[in-house]
Design a protein around this ligand. Structure first.
Ligand code: ATP
Length: 237
């Protein structure tokens, strides 16, 4: 049984069926990629898993516990999301942003420990800990958004397009850190349009097309899949 199991997930917005009954497994210790074009339903999937958007059907379980769909419950169970567009608190410092992220951790000592872990993963955030978030670079803000999601000790980290608008070297840096996060025991479900870079670090991948998953498999096989190469990996090789 996978750590995070999604079965028959549906998300409707009125008459619009954005996600049409999909299955996703995120095993312990793995990075799983959810790829697809604009409007395929990737963000809706992540928001439904984290309980921010109400799902219209399906089940979600984490470590065998069935989650009924409230966001606060999902965070307590161990699901933490870093949303698209970074969305850090601009008026707060790096340190204050991280503290604000730790809203289910009651112990100050534990919060401090988690903050130290974030600074180990992203040393630049440690150097900038007293700096206001609005003055950080795009890459640093993305690091802060991921760091903030890690402050609740998640079992699964949900990431919505962490590479959006960032330079290739910064993306590489962040993706290397995702590998480190995986090796330290947090599983990751990552939504990305940057399919090639993502499949290089992922263990498994799903491709969402108009709310349906037609292609999925181990990342090292998907990277060679003709259908993906044409649609997402920059044409025929
Ligand atoms: P992108 O990469 O552009 O963010 P996505 O794959 O994340 O796309 P979603 O944002 O999940 O896709 O959107 C899936 C579909 O649902 C789209 O057709 C979108 O217009 C629609 N949709 C998303 N949110 C809402 C909403 N709140 N109300 C109505 N329709 C919505």
């Amino acid at each position: 049984m996978a750590l995070l199991e999604i079965r028959g997930l549906k998300v409707n917005y009125g008459p619009i069926q954005a996600v049409k009954g999909i299955d996703i497994d995120v095993p312990e210790g793995q990075i799983v990629a959810l790829l697809g074009a604009n409007g395929a339903g990737k963000t809706s999937t992540l928001r439904a898993i984290s309980g921010i958007t109400k799902r219209s059907g399906g089940t979600i379980s984490l470590g065998g516990e069935v989650l009924e769909g409230r966001a606060s419950r999902s965070v307590k169970a161990g699901i933490s999301m870093s949303p698209e567009g970074r969305l850090v608190f601009n008026g707060l410092t790096v340190e204050e942003n991280l503290k604000a992220g730790a809203y289910i951790v009651k112990s100050a000592a534990r919060t401090k420990e988690n903050m130290e872990k974030v600074y180990e993963l992203f040393p630049i955030l440690g150097e900038r800990c007293k700096q206001q978030a609005s003055t950080l670079s795009g890459g640093e803000q993305q690091m802060l958004a991921i760091g903030r999601a890690l402050m609740n000790d998640p079992k699964v980290l949900l990431l919505d397009e962490p590479s959006l608008g960032l330079a290739p070297l910064v993306i590489q840096d962040i993706f290397n850190t995702l590998k480190k996060i995986r090796s330290e025991g947090t599983a990751i479900l990552i939504v990305e349009q940057n399919a090639l870079a993502t499949l290089k670090i992922a263990d498994y991948g799903y491709v969402l097309e108009l709310g349906t998953i037609n292609i999925h498999g181990p990342a090292n096989e998907l990277i060679k899949d003709e259908r993906l190469i044409e649609a997402y990996l920059g044409g025929k090789k």
